[in-house]
Design a protein. Structure first.
Length: 108
C-alpha cells in the first residue's frame, strides 16, 4: 500500500474535522431542573431514574476524550506527511505508537 504526504495530511484534517464538527457538536441532554424537574424526578419509580442525572457529565467527559483521541491520531499523520522520507516504515511506526482508540485506556 502506498501513501502520499497529501493523503496523510488529508487524513489528519479529516480526524480534526470529526473531532470538531461531529463529536464536538453532538446534542447535550439537559438534566437540570426545569419545569418538569430533573430527569430522575420526571422518571421517578423507574429503576434507572437515580442514574439519569449522572449521564450527561459522564457522556460529556467521554466525548472530550474521544475527540482528543481523534486529534491525537491526526498529529502523527501530519508529522509523517511533513517528515516524509520516501519510506513508509518510519511513518508506520509513528502511527502504530498511538494506542488503540477502543482499548479504553487513557493515553500516557
Amino acid at each position: 500500500m502506498q501513501v502520499s504526504p497529501s493523503e496523510l495530511r488529508s487524513a489528519a484534517t479529516e480526524m480534526d474535522r470529526l473531532a470538531d464538527d461531529n463529536i464536538g457538536r453532538l446534542p447535550v441532554m439537559d438534566t437540570s431542573a426545569g419545569s418538569l424537574g430533573t430527569l430522575s424526578t420526571f422518571l421517578s419509580g423507574a429503576d434507572v431514574a437515580p442514574q439519569l442525572d449522572r449521564i450527561e457529565p459522564a457522556r460529556t467527559r467521554s466525548l472530550q476524550i474521544v475527540g482528543g483521541r481523534y486529534r491525537e491520531f491526526g498529529s502523527p499523520l501530519r508529522t509523517s506527511a511533513e517528515s516524509y522520507t520516501d519510506t513508509d516504515v518510519a511513518a508506520a511506526a509513528r502511527i502504530a505508537a498511538v494506542s488503540d482508540l477502543n482499548s479504553g485506556e487513557m493515553p500516557q
